[in-house]
Each structure stands twice: as C-alpha cells, then as structure tokens.
Write a protein that binds this ligand. Structure first.
Ligand code: AHR
Length: 523
C-alpha cells in the first residue's frame, strides 16, 4: 500500500473506532459516555517514557552541564531540568540512542572524565562526542528524576561480548573484575536496568539488516546481555517495525514463538514519526490550518499501524506476553532555521500538544499490548518537553500535556463512546473530539478530551453510565493560534488553565476551546 493510501486507511479506521452509530450533525454538541462498569487494561506508566539521545543539545547542555558550570547542578546534571522532569513522573528514559547507540562503545564513557577519549558522532552533525556523560552520569540522572533506565546496546557496530560486559559492569553484585571496576568508579551497588533495547532500527541506521539476519543477532545478544541484578527485573526489547512495514514484526514474533530455552525477549519496538514525508519539511511555526490538519491526520495513523502489528503479534502470542513498545514517536518537523545541521531542533506548538495527546490516547486504547512508548526526544531535540538556552529553561506545550496526563499513569482504562461530528478541513476529515477515560488507584475517574477543531468551541455533554457526575475539575491547554509556541521571551503563551464544569439539570456539559487538550477528574 502506498503511504497516502495507508494514511487514508488509518484515518478511516480511526474514525470508525470513535464514530457514533448515527453521526451527530456538525452543528450538534458532542456527547461522551464513560462506561465505568467495564474497566479494561491498566495503562502501563511506561507509555509516558522519554528518549534522550546523544544528539545536538539533547544531553550536552540539555541535561549535562558539568559540575563546574555556573548553571545550578547536582554532580553536573542541571537542577532546573531535573525539577521539571520530576513533575512529569517520568517512568523511564531510553539512552544513549537512537542511531547513536549502534556506534556507542560504553567503555569510552567510564572512568575519570578528564581521561575519557573524544570520539565522533557521525550521525548527528559529525561533532565531537566528549564522553563526559557516560554510564554513571546517566544512571545518576535517572535516579535524580526518579525514572528507570532503558539502555540500548550496540548491535550494529558492537559485539555480543561488548554488550554482555556492559550489562555485567552495570548489574553484577559479585566482585568480578567488571563489578570491581564499577565499584572503583564510584558505585559499589549494582545498578538497576529495567529495560534493554537489543539494537536500534537495525533495518536502517542500526546496520541495514534483513529481518532474518537481525533475528540471528537478536538470539545471540538476548542470550549474553544478562541482567545479574536480582532486585530489578529487566525487559529485553527487540527491534521491530519501521512504521507500516511488517517484515520485522513477522520475523521477530515467529522466531520468538519457536524460541528455545536459550534466549527470550519481553517486548518489540515500533518507530513511527508524525512527519508525512521525508525529509521532514513541515514547519514548526508560521503554519496554517492545512499543515495543522495534515499533521493531525498523519498522527492518527498510529492507531492503524498498531492494529496491523498487534494482529501479527496476536497470531504468535495470543496471551500478550510480548509488549509492544513504541520507543520512538512524535512530530519530526523542519529544523529551526539557523540551528546547527543534524541537531534536529524544532519549535513546539499547540498543534504538537494535540499530537502528543492523540498519540497517548491511542496507546491507552491498546493498553493491553502497548506497554511502553518513548517520545522523541526529551530536551532540545524533536518534539521536546524542555528547551534550554544556556542558563535558561522553557517548558513546551508538549511538556504540559505530559504533566496533565500524569493521573493516567497506572490507571485502569474505562471504555469511552464519543458521539461527535467531524472536523473537516478541505478534503481532510478527522474526528472532532478524541477522548480516553481511566480510574486511578484511589478510585477517582479521569477524562482526557481533545477538541481537534481549531475554529470552533465544542460543547460536550458527559455521562458516566450508572453514576451521576456532579462536577468536572482540572486543566485545559489551549492557545491563541494552532501555531502558538512558548519562547524564552514569552514562556507562558501556551500554558494550562484551570477548568471546571458543574452539572445542572442532571447533565454535565464541558465547553472545550478550539484546538485544546483538557484533563479533568470527575465527581
Ligand atoms: O530520534 C532521532 C532518530 O530517529 C533516532 O536516532 C533514530 O533511531 C531514528 O531514526
């Protein structure tokens, strides 16, 4: 299928999922019904994972400034970024790449920092990689923000022995040579590694491997990259599909189904960017409704892609033992004019907030199998949470979405029926309203609802089947324009505002601003 046909099929499949049986007319208010009596799967908090690659200013400056920096830091890691990320309750951080991971040699990043070699980063601008941020610095960083470590081992240009040694160095409690070396480098206790990627994009920058060749590598690396830390279970994540291509899904799942005792995996990854076409050309600022609607349509393809891959997984693994981990997703736009080549710097607008919300909603709808996802990327790169400019720090619209969605981490999905007219722009037709609901551990019900229509406020009447809802209270993220952004001069152009609605006459109505993301608790 061509990319355009896939896009159309994706949009149609998504529409059918949320479409009412008798579609409401465009001038009718929308209706949302939550079925609290039929709880579904748990939303694994790992779907709110982040990705920090050695790329541009993502790690250096974005996270690491060094202990001697005038920028306030703890052991070299900037305090402002740590505080902002803590508020997101980041479940895990994927590191060191990305394409970088398949050229990373971990030994360059341990030991005294002034003795570490300067190497090259050929994927991303060809800059010098100082290796001052290595294994210990990364583990310190994730511990400071309270996240798990998701490491990617080098399958493309590394050896199985190198991956095995890195894991032994990190996780053994024994006084082996590598365990002693870790202790001598300042960390006697074994580190916890919660997730391990066996390569990255092995179909592309990770070695252009055929599916069969990758599977042979996977078996070797999955066997020898052992976790010796019994206090931390580790999931091994195989490289999986590139967007809609199913060859890797098929090959990895078939191999897993026929596996022997000697190797195993716990997950498979999908990479899919909201980009429309390569090279990325959609503008991050100064765009209009054409670009807005086109990118939202592209992002809604995620549902169709997941359905395609999950049906293959179901064939080999009906018990859903293997997790789908969408460990690279997000908007990939034209680079900020004047930014260094290969640094993938782009602004982040209200449209991108919608893109984040729609993806998270999609993952939550497939929560029984999609048990991890990592937005690309965390700081200063692609659809970032945070921008830094030397000592200054800025929160993006996407950051606000992740913060507003925190109550959904670990909550139980509640089925939602949305009855709403379409939002139409030219030939593009999209659902006007997209929503998920969940119940948290304290029993509170949460609703996240996006109004995709940039030109119209949408009135939603809300029902929770079998209960009377008196009040909705939370926050809404909206902006003067779909391309509104936050800048260092105007950091709060796009910022959440309190949102409240009171039932009257037995019904609760929510007034959703144009192109907005709203998260409320219900009581
Ligand atoms: O996130 C940027 C790059 O996109 C990653 O390094 C690579 O895995 C993907 O192609």
């Amino acid at each position: 299928m061509t990319r355009n046909l896939q896009a159309l099929a994706g949009a149609l499949a998504f529409y059918c999922l949320v479409a009412p049986q008798q579609p409401a007319r465009a001038d009718e208010p929308a209706k949302i019904t939550i079925d609290a009596a039929r709880p579904g799967a748990t939303i694994n908090r790992n779907i709110f994972g982040q990705f920090a690659e050695h790329l541009g200013r993502g790690v250096y400056e974005g996270i690491w400034v060094g202990p001697d920096s005038p920028i306030p830091n703890t052991r070299g890691i900037r305090n402002d970024v740590v505080a902002a990320l803590k508020a997101l309750k980041v479940p895990n951080v994927r590191w060191p790449g990305g394409c970088f991971a398949d050229e990373y040699h971990w030994r360059n990043g341990i030991g005294p920092r002034d003795k570490r070699p300067a190497t090259l980063n050929p994927n991303w601008g060809g800059v010098i990689e100082p290796n001052t941020f290595g294994t210990h610095e990364f583990m310190d960083f994730v511990q400071q923000i309270g996240a798990d470590a998701y490491l990617s081992i080098n399958v493309g240009s590394g050896t199985a022995a190198e991956g095995a040694d890195w894991m032994e160095y990190l996780t053994t409690p024994q006084p082996s040579a590598l365990g002693k070396e870790r202790a001598a480098n300042g960390h006697p206790e074994p580190y916890p590694v919660a997730m391990l990627g066996i390569g990255n994009e092995s179909w592309g920058c990770g070695g252009s491997m055929t599916p069969d060749y990758y599977v042979s590598q996977l078996k070797i690396h999955a066997r020898y990259a052992r976790n010796y830390n019994t206090k931390q279970k580790m999931q091994r994540i195989a490289v999986g599909p590139d967007g809609g291509h199913t060859e890797y899904t098929q090959a990895v799942m078939e191999a897993w189904k026929n596996k022997t005792w000697a190797w195993d995996i716990e997950g498979i990854s999908l990479h899919f960017y909201t980009v429309v076409k390569w090279p990325p050309a959609f503008k991050a600022t100064g765009f209009g409704e054409d670009e807005y609607a086109t990118l939202l349509r592209d992002t809604l393809r995620m549902d169709d892609l997941l359905r395609t891959h999950l049906s293959i997984m179901d064939k080999y693994d009906p018990e859903k033992k293997i997790a789908m981990v969408v460990d690279e997703w997000g908007a990939w736009l034209a680079a900020t004019p004047g930014s260094p080549e290969g640094f993938l710097e782009q602004q982040n607008s209200q449209r991108d907030a919608l893109i984040a919300a729609l993806n998270i909603n999609t993952f939550a709808r497939h929560a029984d199998r999609v048990r991890g996802a990592n937005i690309a990327q965390m700081v200063n790169v692609l659809q970032a949470m945070i921008f830094t400019d030397k000592e200054k720090m800025l929160l993006t619209p996407t950051y606000h979405v992740f913060r507003m969605y925190v109550p959904f981490q670990g909550a139980t999905v509640l089925p939602v029926t949305v009855s709403a007219a379409e939002y139409q722009h030219g030939e593009i037709k999209l659902p006007r309203v997209d929503a998920i609901a969940a119940r948290d551990a304290s029993g509170k019900t949460w609703l996240a609802v996006s109004n995709l229509d940039p030109g119209r406020t949408t009135q939603v009447s809300l029902d929770v089947a079998g209960t009377t809802v008196r009040r909705a209270k939370g926050e809404t993220l909206t902006a003067p324009r779909v391309d509104s952004v936050n800048t260092f001069d105007a950091p709060a152009t796009v910022a959440p505002k309190p949102f409240q609605a009171q039932a009257s006459g037995g019904s609760l109505k929510l007034t959703l601003p144009p192109s907005s993301v709203t998260v409320v608790s219900l009581d």
